[in-house]
Design a protein around this ligand. Structure first.
Ligand code: FAD
Ligand code: NAD
Length: 492
């Protein structure tokens, strides 16, 4: 399908979301061509790759948050932002219903926002697969609030375990940190947590030495399924050295306040149901559709068979619509739901929309020239015809925007003990590496992304890397922050 069929009549465009997809689009969009409104319950962009490091205080959460207002103030034309959740998108009426769900509310809490063009970038929510007890008893790891909750609970478990007269059995339970889901979120968090124990907790509270224990539970036969076999083996052996237990082929079926019930498959194929007590439970089993996306899908007949998100065509137009696009985790374009994909999709849409606006201007000029040549004197007509031919060439060139093509830069994950694994694309091949050098690569790659214009607006301050760094410095100049390997400052 050509993108030009998607051309909307008006210019009222609405972007729900302030995540990787929407912010990348906003950053590159020539906003003077559109009347842009952004709606999101989160008034900041979150650099998710460093979120696991916030759970233990290696990185201060404010360092990976960038206020959306700061991003918008760099735009040439005004972009309106409403801190609200899009509760419903009415496809027929072209209206987004938005609700202010923040703590402080004014007299008006709900509103309707009409749109001509809509880009849905609301991401995904945490998958629980309807497993009983997950929402009530576990912590997720998607938002800043989740990382803060985990950070508080780790310390609470440790302090409660060392409370006077606690029974040895209860101490063991409280100090058992269980992570469910062996994807990159679960692996990175387990690595960070074990680091925190080895580098800080052990020094502060040596008596927990024999009881503090991290277990990673995964339903599949191995962790990190998106990495090559070599790196999976490396991660598993590295976890063994760090004393992180991996329980593969173990599927959690039920969660209570003190234990999880899991079915594990033994080497002979028999299945055993067991109860695993825990103090802290972190649930990282991937993505699920947000209700607002599910509802929108139900309004579009062409989305009838879609399961994992809004199915889009090669120009990221939501199938079955002409004026709705989708980016990131809420869209299904046959790529993994990653920040890399979302950011590239956002940048692609900005290029597409900028081009559409240019085309509009040329077409208006052509209309004007055509009217001029109809009434022009014979000696002037040739001049006008030349201009028409020039504009037509320009129009053809402008319209030559190809479909979205994702360029995979590779996969990177921190696995603890200052080691990382990387499957990086190199020319037409792939390089798999793991270890401390890869960790330095991981660290510098994410740092450079924090600073680069690819991710956020350029920041005019010096980068004291690697001794200490502040991806997004705060006004008070207090936050860190990450450190050299000698000292990993933490704040609990
Ligand atoms: P998000 O970035 O999740 O943004 C969604 C936005 O929509 C948010 O602003 C949210 O507040 C807003 N929103 C939600 N509901 C509504 C609503 N109803 N109305 C309006 N707005 C709404 N990917 C990588 O490539 N590399 C990594 O190293 C990496 N590390 C990760 C680490 C963690 C801990 C996590 C959780 C994810 C990581 N990812 C990584 C995945 C990556 O973060 C996601 O793929 C990416 O955030 C998707 O971008 P998005 O714009 O679709 O959604
Ligand atoms: P994921 O979907 O990658 O992994 C979830 C894991 O949970 C799966 O391996 C699944 O088998 C397991 N699981 C599901 N139900 C289970 C159950 N009941 N019991 C036990 N195990 C169960 O999820 P994620 O790690 O949250 O990642 C989500 C997306 O974000 C992915 O696309 C990922 O690539 C991306 N991400 C990337 C990075 C990185 O590149 N470093 C980091 C975090 C997330």
């Amino acid at each position: 399908m050509s993108p030009w069929r998607c051309f909307a009549d008006g210019r009222g465009s609405l972007f729900p979301g302030t995540g990787w997809g929407s912010v990348s689009l906003l950053k590159k969009l020539d906003t003077e061509n559109y009347n842009v409104v952004v709606v999101s319950p989160r008034n900041f962009f979150l650099f998710t790759p460093l979120l696991p490091s916030c759970t233990t205080g290696t990185i201060e959460h404010r360092s990976i948050m960038e206020p959306i207002r700061n991003i918008l103030r760099h735009k040439k034309a005004t972009v309106r932002f409403y801190e609200a959740e899009a509760t419903k998108i009415d496809y027929e009426k072209r209206i987004v219903y938005a609700k202010d769900d923040s703590e402080i509310k004014g007299d008006t809490m709900e509103t309707e926002i009409p749109f001509d063009m809509l880009v849905v970038g609301v991401g995904a929510e945490n998958a629980t697969f309807g497993i009983p007890g997950v929402r009530e008893h576990s912590c997720f790891l998607k938002e800043v609030g989740d990382a803060q909750k985990i950070r508080k609970q780790i310390m609470d478990c440790v302090e409660t375990a060392t409370f006077k007269d606690q029974s040895p059995e209860e101490v063991k339970r409280l100090l058992h940190m269980v992570v469910v889901g062996g994807g990159p979120t679960g692996v990175e968090f387990a690595g960070e947590l074990q680091d925190f124990f080895a580098e800080d907790l052990l020094k502060w509270i040596p008596e927990i030495k024999d009881d503090f224990h991290v277990t990673l539970v995964e339903a599949l036969p191995n962790v990190l399924p998106m990495f090559s076999k070599q790196l999976i083996d490396y991660t598993e052996s590295s976890f063994k050295e760090e004393h992180i237990e991996i329980r593969t082929k173990t599927m959690v079926k039920r969660v209570t306040d003190k234990y999880i019930e899991a079915e594990s498959t033994k080497p002979d194929g028999t299945k055993v149901l067991e109860q695993i007590p825990y103090g802290l439970l972190v649930w990282a089993t991937g993505n699920a559709l947000r209700p607002v996306v599910k509802d929108l899908m139900s309004q579009i007949p062409a989305q009838k068979n879609a399961r994992r998100g809004l199915e889009v065509n090669e120009y990221l137009v939501v199938n079955g619509t002409e004026n709705i696009w989708a980016v990131g985790d809420c869209a299904v374009a046959n790529y993994a739901p990653t920040a890399q994909v979302a950011a590239q999709e956002g940048a692609f849409l900005a290029r597409l929309f900028n081009t559409m606006a240019k085309t509009d201007a040329i077409e208006a000029e052509l209309k004007e020239l055509s009217a001029q040549q109809a009434v022009a004197r014979p000696d002037e007509r040739n001049k006008v015809l030349e201009q028409i031919s020039e504009r037509q060439k320009q129009l053809r060139r402008t319209k030559q925007i190809g479909p979205f093509q994702y360029s995979h830069q590779g996969s990177l994950a921190y696995i603890g003990a200052e080691k990382a694994v990387a499957d990086v694309s190199w020319f037409s091949g792939n390089i798999a590496s793991g270890g401390t050098m890869t960790y330095l690569f991981w660290k510098s790659a994410y740092l450079s992304m924090c600073f680069s214009s690819e991710c956020l607006p350029p920041r005019p301050f010096p980068i004291p890397f690697p001794a200490t760094f502040r991806p997004f410095p705060n006004e008070d100049g207090m936050t860190l922050i990450c450190s050299s390997s000698q000292s990993r400052p933490r704040r609990i």
